[in-house]
Design a protein around this ligand. Sequence first.
Ligand SMILES: O=C(O)C(=O)C[C@]1(C(=O)O)C=C[C@@H](O)C=C1
Length: 377
Amino acid sequence: MTVHTVRLPATQLHGGTSRSLSSSCRNPNAIIRFSSGSLKRCRFISNEHGKENSVRALEVKKIQEDSPLLPKPLSSNQLAETISNGSRVRVAYQGVRGAYSESAAEKAYPNCEAVPCDEFDTAFEAVERWLVDRAVLPIENSLGVKLAVRHCLLANHGVSLEDLKRVLSHPQALAQCENTLTRLGLVREAVADTAGAAKVSFMFFKYMILYFISFIELNGLNFWQQIAFEGLSDAAAVASAEAATIYGLSIVVEDIQDDSDNVTRFLMLAREPIIPGTNRLFKTSIVFSLEEGPGMLFKALAVFALRQINLTKIESRPLRKHPLRASGGLKYFDYLFYVDFEASMADEVAQNALRHLEEFATFLRVLGSYPVDTTML
Ligand SMILES: O=C(O)C(=O)C[C@]1(C(=O)O)C=C[C@@H](O)C=C1
């Protein structure tokens, strides 16, 4: 296995990664695979103070910038445990070990190697760049794998329900436990994923001093600053029982989801698109995000309305990369939007609409075009 040295900004380095000055790799745009197996994007070569840091990574895949083409479609694919050469399927998911997305990957591909990614689009790109074979994507959709989601309230050992004031989790998980958390009077704080919330609680106690030092040294990790200075003996995480085991937390309350049949659906995305034709009725699924601001969603949907393209679904989910933002004292979410429309990617009108959307979308992926089952119409 080739080991490369990659230079990262200080803000992308977390505890456990070795740092040293290096000039051996000057690739500013890559997805890197760490010895832990996780994937992270590398986009810069120096931090805001001009200092350079390096990490040793197992694999580096260059990201092509400024491609004039529309994002390549990924397709929601047949489930299969092995790929054509018989090796284990590698499935990327956004989050850290213990996230529900990891369980969904393992449910869909029982023998798979689940690969954690720090961001959503890293998981998408990992498929496109052959680092992995599939990616899982949580979505409310009639396609894909269903996972029963049973949330627990997790805290450090010795912390009781009465000590709790705050609760951390993925916004979707917080919403799914709305009634219970309101009854308990806990202040919600959104983080990137449920297991990430659990990991933070665990790490605070085990590595508080290490993170305090990292914060002083790196001077850019507001996240750790918050955790380290506020303390977590009054905070819990909403996450799975598996996350409690992985991060050594105790389960304060089990099954706190409001709906006892709480189910999340996941799409499994593969590289090979279904090649759409124009001779049948097709539907296309896309996911995108937008800059915040009045009228942005209206503008996005207008690219379809202007071309008489019918939308059959629109769903929004909080974007995990920056789940909470303070503005004028208000906190609000950025969103990922999922849209299904009635046209195929082979239709010029659909290509034009997406080219138009690409002009102002901050992220856009075509999930695939599917023949519409006309017997259902
Ligand atoms: O945060 C996680 O653990 C995830 O896998 C994400 C996610 C989601 O985005 O819906 C998956 C299942 C639950 O609904 C809550 C969170």
